[in-house]
Design a protein around this ligand. Structure first.
Ligand SMILES: C[S@@+](CC[C@H](N)C(=O)[O-])C[C@H]1O[C@@H](n2cnc3c(N)ncnc32)[C@H](O)[C@@H]1O
Length: 328
């Protein structure tokens, strides 16, 4: 293979050929999601890297990036971590009326570094269906999130943060109370080419504490946060704090729509869910409502069986500040 590729560049792995290899073989969504042997890919990438180093053009940034990712993939898989890639695309031509077409860039792939071991790296270092569903919701409703300042609570591995960056959110702060989850989310943002340049950052934030630096989001997002009854009160505290901070300090004179929080849940602990709804309903400052969950979204993940199985149990809650003196 290397021989064929170098023959295209008169015996050298030219920059042009490197760009082609990276685009067609390494970043192509199909190839990226069907990695059969991580070690083989690493060895192939290493051989390409060595050939590129010998060429007059040297190693392109894209090939260097892919080489580094593959090195990390192997190291991670050896220590109980893995990288998985999911692809998404426009659900079908029948959804053209929703205003989303493949040409909007509504297809792509997201790679996440995840821990195999539930006890290592916190619950946030795993894939959770509600998080993938919320990412799908963001990708399917780009106009609702483009240009918005967003904070995610309990961001876990970062799939929602990547989706928000892709639809052009003005800023994204991915927060979690677990340092392992924050570090992993940070690495996953970089793995997907998202970083400070996109105004996407991570921060450690426990819901029990008031957020340092005082973000003033238009939109607060969270997925799969309603599983532990002890977390309900702190979660409502964090949401209230952020909404009130936006109401008091957000926008600096710009006219902004009132902020809201969207919490996606796969119903698996009915008692905790009931507690959340009860506490939100009698909350002094918040009003909550269930939002109808579209069973089919304009953009959806390919071949994600666990999410398909969870779809009938998906719930979306919207929380906003009560109007002064208003009833819920
Ligand atoms: C089930 S995981 C969901 C992660 C991610 N939202 C997703 O859907 O993939 C719950 C996340 O909430 C975070 N979390 C739980 N309790 C928290 C608290 N009191 N403060 C901040 N984060 C918390 C956990 O660290 C974890 O990352």
């Amino acid at each position: 293979m290397l021989e064929r590729l170098t023959s295209l560049g008169q015996g050298q792995l030219s920059a042009e050929v490197q760009e082609w290899v990276v685009g067609a073989l390494m970043r192509d969504p199909y190839h990226a999601s069907h990695v059969i042997d991580v070690d083989y890919h690493r060895r192939l990438c290493k051989a390409l890297f060595a050939a590129a180093e010998r060429s007059d053009d040297g190693v392109t940034d894209a090939l260097a990036d892919e080489f580094q990712k593959r090195q990390c993939a192997v190291q991670q898989s050896r220590s109980g971590w893995c990288q998985k890639v999911w692809t998404y695309g426009v659900t079908g031509p029948a959804l053209g009326h929703l205003g989303t077409t493949a040409s909007d860039g509504a297809s792509g792939c997201i790679a996440l570094g995840l821990s195999h071991d539930m006890l290592a790296g916190s619950t946030g270092c795993h894939e959770w269906e509600a998080g993938f569903w919320l990412a799908e919701y963001v990708l399917s409703n780009l106009a609702a999130f483009a240009g918005k300042h967003c904070v995610e609570l309990g961001c876990g591995a970062g799939v929602v943060g990547v989706a928000l960056a892709r639809v052009g959110a003005a800023s994204v702060l991915c927060t979690d109370g677990s340092p392992e989850a924050v570090a992993n989310c940070d690495a996953n943002l970089r793995l997907n080419g998202v970083g400070a340049g996109d105004n996407v950052r991570t921060a450690l934030l426990r819901w029990e504490d008031d957020p340092a630096g005082g973000p003033t989001p238009d939109c607060i997002l969270g997925a799969d946060l309603l599983y532990d009854p002890r977390a309900v009160a702190p979660l409502l505290h964090a949401v209230t704090w952020l909404l009130q901070n936006t109401a008091s300090h957000g926008g600096k004179g710009e006219r902004r729509a009132p902020a809201a929080a969207l919490i996606a849940t796969v119903e698996r602990n009915p008692d905790t869910l009931a507690l959340f709804e009860r506490e939100a309903e009698r909350h002094a400052f918040l009003q909550a409502r269930r939002v109808a969950v579209p069973r089919v979204q304009a953009v959806s993940w390919h071949e994600f069986e666990a999410l398909e199985a969870a779809r009938p149990r998906l719930l979306l809650h919207e929380l906003a500040l009560r109007a002064p003196g208003g009833q819920s």
